[in-house]
Design a protein around this ligand. Structure first.
Ligand code: GAF
Length: 375
């Protein structure tokens, strides 16, 4: 494989994402409020003149994969499945792919809940679309990324991460209706506050199975509700009052999971209004309520995340904090006064180290542009 990057004529940047609020709502047809951030995977692409041989090299892991377009199948190496899954999904839509080489490098911390996986899937799909003039729309690229994750990686994720990675606009969050895929870019004017991510640097590895399990519990809940309410197609159509009717029929676990999702749906819309009205206190209170639900009802938090969110409550400068993403590790997202970022980061790092003997990583996240060609 040619590792001389000067020979590569196409560069694509594909970002990770944050989500202000609306967690585990996407696969329940609810609302989310994510945006891309200034951490990204950079891809270099070129055609290699062969009909079907492809080489992809990860600079971070100093490892490569070579495959033939005629024999795409899942790999036992998980990272390769993000790549192979995208190829497979593109092949369901077009036969225009030919041999190519790709080199990529990332500054998105893996397993930190800011979706390096969506950045990988979407950046890769975006690059191939450009290199071979496939003519696929941005939404199709988003869906290719999601299907790759379902069919090759095995996580039955919603659409939020891929959508945010591709469709974001600098200085905005996206209010996305995951049912209709209608969306609006909402400006995020929160000065003098900043978005600070605290990375627990833990990633409890039960995450994938547990994610699918929760999705399935929500779907089972909907199937029961449908017997009395045939028009209900997802938890999007369910109110807390309706849910209460099923308290005795549902298992406690199912009831808790569904309750969290129905409550979260309202919190997102409420938070968008708050953001538009520059009422950050409401946004912050909703973030804490979301964390509470994710920890106690949805049960996707972990001691490290709970500790950091509880710790943040000691600081008036932090107006809201919660775990972010799929859960079981990764980052908390904090809305914090700009003057206190350094002091809070230092105090949280010290306290976190004392408690868990693990180093915290902190970084500010700036709402950024989605996947694009670098000129
Ligand atoms: C992961 C998934 F990929 C998203 O689709 C979403 O469900 C998120 O967890 C939780 O909100 O990032």
């Amino acid at each position: 494989m040619d590792l001389n990057e000067q020979h590569y004529n196409l560069t694509i940047n594909s970002p990770g994402r944050i989500n202000l609020i609306g967690e585990h709502t996407d696969y329940n047809n609810g609302f989310v409020l994510p945006t891309a951030i200034d951490k990204k995977i950079q891809f270099k692409f070129k055609k290699n003149g062969t009909p079907t041989t492809c080489n992809v090299y990860s600079k971070n892991f100093d490892t490569s994969v070579t495959f033939d377009l005629n024999t795409i199948k899942p790999s036992k190496h998980q990272w390769e499945n993000y790549i192979l899954g995208v190829i497979f999904e593109i092949q369901q839509l077009t036969d225009k792919l030919e041999g190519f080489d790709c080199i990529f490098t990332s500054d998105i911390p893996v397993g930190s809940g800011i979706s390096s996986s969506a950045a990988l899937e979407c950046g890769f799909a975006f690059g191939l679309n450009e290199l071979f003039n496939l003519g696929l729309s941005k939404i199709t690229l988003v869906e290719i990324g999601q299907r790759a994750e379902h069919n090759y990686v095995g996580t039955k994720c919603g659409i939020m991460d891929q959508f945010a990675s591709v469709m974001s606009k600098v200085g905005h969050v996206i209010l996305l209706d995951c049912q209709s895929l209608e969306y609006q870019h909402v400006p995020i004017h929160i000065k003098p506050y900043k978005i600070l991510l605290l990375n627990t640097n833990v990633s409890h590895n039960l995450a994938d199975g547990e994610y699918n399990k929760r999705r399935s519990l929500c779907e089972q809940g909907v199937a029961i509700i449908q017997k009395n309410y045939p028009n209900v197609t997802s938890l999007r159509d369910v109110s807390l009052e309706m849910l209460a009717e099923f308290k005795e029929t549902f298992t406690e676990d199912m009831f808790n999971k569904c309750t969290y999702v129905v409550e979260e749906k309202t919190r997102v819309l409420d938070s968008v209004e708050a953001l538009k009205n520059k009422n950050l206190a409401i946004l912050g209170a909703n973030m804490y309520a979301t964390h509470n639900g994710l920890s106690n009802l949805y049960e996707v938090s972990c001691p490290e995340l709970d500790f950091l969110v509880a710790f943040s409550k000691n600081f008036d400068a932090v107006i809201g904090a919660r775990m972010m993403g799929g859960g079981f590790g990764g980052c908390t997202i904090n809305i914090i006064h700009q003057d206190e970022v350094a002091a809070f980061t230092e105090a949280a790092s010290q306290a976190y180290f004392n408690k868990f003997n693990i180093k915290l990583t902190a970084f500010e996240a700036n709402p950024s542009e989605g996947t694009a060609i670098e000129n």
